[in-house]
Design a protein around this ligand. Structure first.
Ligand SMILES: O=C(O)CCC(=O)C(=O)O
Ligand SMILES: [Fe+2]
Length: 312
């Protein structure tokens, strides 16, 4: 039943939700965009302004508004919910790739604070090539260069009433092997409006320019118990919450310090869809090491992450 899917060549046999997603994305090509949104979306691409590029360079992240329209989000959300309600994939088949980023691997699903689904398009291939992938790829190219390819995707959802859904402060590169070319554009798409109450992502602007990665420790002592690494903020660090509307994204650099607080709301979910782009040579280098961004990667490989060669 599941077929490979690309928006450029939509398969008639694709999942109905995907077909709908595909159709709504095609309409974008012919419909003019609302001026009030001041949107820079056009078909499969999104124009990044010089100001956005400068913000990304100087602060290590940038907030881009309206990367997906409300209608496009509706279709995407159906797929997202298919993961959460277990209709698209069976969580028991994902092993550690279906876990709680705030807890250890023994925590039962009913008690998850941050529902983390690694590599959704690997486990549900019809997701591949969706409109968000296309637009984020166009943005990654504008921010980081032509050789950027998708390295991994991830879903991160905080249900309401989860004050402990804290994503600890970290730099992404501390989670990855330090390859010769570390350039990254990490996209964080808000599936819900995201704010301080429901646990939006927060950045320490400029921290990506520090010469060395900060120390990170495994939250539960070792990477076999949980995937989570933790770094501490410094007294001088000032963080900025990224308050996003549904359909907005942030894009962040591999060294910027970031994290998020719990979801203290009674009714508001905080769902995010992450896609990271890195250079083709970096992705090849990672795969040669056996590093795929799956939490099921060998623990010996996971123990080699974040080790940088220090500049003399
Ligand atoms: O969703 C969050 O709160 C954090 C996500 C994150 O760390 C990332 O996308 O790199
Ligand atoms: Fe991160």
């Amino acid at each position: 039943m599941i077929q490979n899917f690309s928006l450029f060549n939509p398969s008639q046999t694709a999942h109905p939700v995907i077909r709908k997603f595909c159709c709504s994305s095609r309409q974008v090509l012919v419909r003019s965009l609302s001026d009030s949104e001041n949107s820079l979306r056009l078909g499969y691409s999104y124009t990044v302004t010089e100001r956005d590029k400068q913000h990304f360079r100087e602060n290590g992240y940038v907030h881009l508004k309206g990367v997906l329209s409300e209608e496009e989000m509706d279709s995407l959300e159906e797929i997202y919910n298919g993961f959460l309600n277990k209709q698209l994939v069976d969580p028991s088949k994902l092993g550690k790739d279906f876990c709680d980023m705030s807890g250890d691997y023994n925590r039962p699903l009913s008690e998850f604070n941050i529902i983390n689904i690694m590599l959704p398009s690997k486990y549900y291939p019809p997701l591949k090539g969706n409109l968000y992938e296309q637009r984020s790829a166009s943005i990654a190219e504008q921010l980081c260069g032509e050789d950027m390819v998708m390295d991994y995707d991830q879903l991160l959802a905080k249900p309401p009433l989860k004050p402990e859904a804290v994503f600890h402060w970290h730099q992404d590169l501390a989670y990855w092997p330090v390859t010769s070319d570390t350039r990254t554009a990490s996209f964080w798409l808000a599936v819900d409006d995201s704010n301080e109450e429901n646990g939006c992502i927060r950045f320490v602007p400029g921290s990506h320019r520090e010469p060395q990665l900060r120390p990170h420790l495994p939250l539960h002592g070792d990477r076999e118990k949980s995937h989570t690494l933790v770094s501490k903020l410094r007294p001088s660090d000032q963080f900025v919450p990224a308050v996003l509307k549904r359909g907005d994204v942030t894009v962040h650099h591999e060294r910027v310090v970031h994290g998020s607080g719990g979801n203290t709301t009674k009714t508001s979910w905080r769902r995010a869809y992450v896609i990271a782009y890195r250079s083709q040579s970096t992705v090849d280098e990672e795969r040669r090491m056996g590093f795929t961004h799956s939490h099921n990667d060998a623990v010996e490989v996971l123990n080699e992450v974040g080790k940088e060669k220090l500049n003399s």
